[in-house]
Design a protein around this ligand. Structure first.
Ligand code: GDP
Ligand code: GDP
Length: 436
């Protein structure tokens, strides 16, 4: 279930972001586009042959005013912490430099697999450039060219061979995994403590595939939960833990491992840009979503306060109109327990299966009420629909011509499905296919 993570490390200018973009390809998401984060993308889903993984460009994580060498060492530490396999990138045209050796020194400390790549080997005659790099002590260097896309296949084959076996925790089907995501100080750790309560039936365990993440297991009214660890929730201490890029990275990783994501907003401060980005990522990743407005105790409230907050959230997260909103206080524990019920409900919706017969009835009924549009005299015809996936629910709709399915009609169908089946808290997908 959980995908392995690969990190690229190396000193500046060896070609990390070039390689990152090569491997990730054209996966620029709608949300990134809207939020304008494309240019500083450092984390993305990627795949090679049948392997899905997440890729991190550690070069994009800048760590305050630290000197150059400290920065690259910290980036190497982040790779060790966050990745299952590390690509150590060097520049063949410049040979082994002091900075490469500094990176190597940090990487010696890890047992995680490190694959050494020598970039800018732009043509086969330049292959001799790699020999120098044996001295770094990571075995055979892989010659590659980010500029020309050479050698990446062999490199990724080796990277994939080093992926860990899928861990057992991920096979447990009866566990609801959720994470609390939000900016520093919104109250994530306080909420976890309040959720777990005094009678902490808490087992901290080290997850297999995802490095050293500390997740908490909990059982509530017969339902098992796993609270996915995020950076803000563990003991602080490392220099880079307070940097924004790093905490975003941790949040995205936690989202990937969750069924349901609790987007925690500080009631005293309201919504910030970063909240929107992260929520957008959760939606794209197809996760169940719950808004949690915390510190509700600290607000001066009148009868309109909650409505204003509701409106504010709806206005800022237009694409998440299906996500419920809970108002809680980790401090007084007000309504904290109710979060469990909401999470269970969202999780059920997230994995809901609709019988084809029922589904088709609803769609036929929808068409009868609001006939499908025509375009240049041609009318969209919907023949048959079926659910093809859960988590999130995805529906394939077979039509005469996919071009005729306009965004607005798809939205209409989506709304009809929501009205008929609920789906509170979960995204749903509609895929249009031409019937052959
Ligand atoms: P980063 O700082 O490690 O992320 O490096 P960049 O990806 O920004 O690349 C640094 C420079 O090296 C850019 O000018 C790239 O165009 C160039 N570059 C990257 N890969 C190659 C390559 O395979 N061959 C050559 N000749 N130049 C490359
Ligand atoms: P995190 O960084 O998101 O994990 O936030 P913390 O749980 O460390 O909380 C940050 C600060 O907010 C701490 O001083 C908490 O005591 C305070 N805090 C957390 N939840 C609440 C709440 O519900 N009400 C009030 N008044 N303060 C809270």
């Amino acid at each position: 279930m959980s995908k392995p993570t690969v990190a690229i490390v190396g000193r500046p200018n060896v070609g990390k972001s070039t390689i990152f973009n090569r491997i990730v390809g054209e996966r620029i998401s709608i949300v990134e586009d809207v939020a304008g984060v494309t240019r500083d993308r450092i984390y993305s889903a990627a795949d090679w042959l049948s392997h899905d993984f997440n890729l991190i460009d550690t070069g994009g994580i800048d760590i305050g005013d630290e000197p150059f060498l400290v920065q690259i060492r910290l980036q190497a530490e982040i790779a060790i912490e966050e990745a299952d396999v590390i690509i150590f990138l060097t520049n063949g045209r410049e040979g082994v430099t002091d900075a490469d050796e500094q990176v190597a020194k940090i990487l010696y400390k890890t047992k995680k697999p490190v694959v050494l790549a020598v970039n800018k080997v732009d043509n086969p005659e330049m292959k001799d450039m790699i020999y120098d790099f044996y001295s770094l002590g990571f075995g055979d260097p892989y010659p590659i060219s980010g500029a020309h896309g050479l050698g990446l296949g062999d490199l990724l084959d080796t990277v994939a061979e080093n992926f860990p076996d899928p861990s057992e925790e991920e096979i447990e089907d009866d566990v609801i995994r959720f994470s609390l995501i939000g900016r520093p100080n919104v109250g994530k750790s306080s909420l976890v403590n309040a959720l777990l309560g005094e009678d902490r039936v808490i087992v901290s365990d080290v997850a297999g595939t995802t490095t050293d993440a500390i997740d908490s297991s909990y059982e509530y009214e017969g339902q098992k939960f796993k609270i996915i660890d995020t950076a803000g929730m563990r003991k602080k201490g490392k220099v880079y833990e307070n940097t924004e890029k790093y905490s975003v990275l941790r949040a995205l990783k936690a989202i990937d491992r969750s069924d349901v994501v609790l987007i925690v907003i500080n009631g005293e401060e309201g919504i910030r840009e970063q909240d929107k980005r992260i929520a957008g990522y959760a939606e794209e990743a197809g996760k169940g979503i719950l808004f949690v407005v915390n510190k509700w105790d600290a607000l001066e409230k009148d009868e309109k306060t909650m409505n204003r907050f509701n409106e504010d959230i709806r206005k800022n997260f237009l694409f998440l109109d299906y996500a419920p909103i809970a108002y809680v206080s980790a401090k007084t524990k007000q309504r904290v327990r109710s979060l469990f019920d909401l999470i269970v409900n969202i999780s059920e919706n997230h994995s809901m299966r609709i019988q084809s017969s029922v589904l088709n009835e609803v769609i036929e009924d929808a068409i009868a009420r609001n006939p499908a549009p025509t375009d240049k005299g041609k009318r969209l015809r919907i023949y048959y629909s079926t659910q093809v996936a859960v988590r999130p629910p995805a529906f394939v709709v077979f039509v005469n011509d996919t071009e005729l399915m306009h965004f607005s009609y798809e939205r209409f169908l989506r709304n009809r499905l929501r009205e008929s089946f609920g789906f509170e808290g979960t995204p749903i997908r509609i895929i249009t296919r031409a019937r052959s």
